[in-house]
Design a protein around this ligand. Sequence first.
Ligand SMILES: [Zn+2]
Length: 112
Amino acid sequence: MNVTDLLLRLGLDPADLKPAPTRAATAQDAAERLGPEPLPCASCGTPARSTRIIDTPNHGRRWLDLCRDCMLAIADRRRPTMPLAATLAVLREAAEEAGVTVRVLVDPPQGA
Ligand SMILES: [Zn+2]
């Protein structure tokens, strides 16, 4: 997800985010931002659980402090496509080798 999409998804204006340094974020930065009194989530205001620097198109580097739920909302959950045909072939071979009959149910049904 690119930065523009990320900000849109969270409903954030980069102008509202705190400017970040040009250097890379450090463990010390994280400790200061997420320590005993964490900064508020940039999106919803609850205590932040993660922080990072994003490079925005018109406002440069900004801190993006997020709570757990907002962080998960933008997480890339795409997984590699399941090689279903190959998986079924392996199961078929294993069933033949074991001399058993296997019924495989696929959800959602293929071709549906
Ligand atoms: Zn949040």
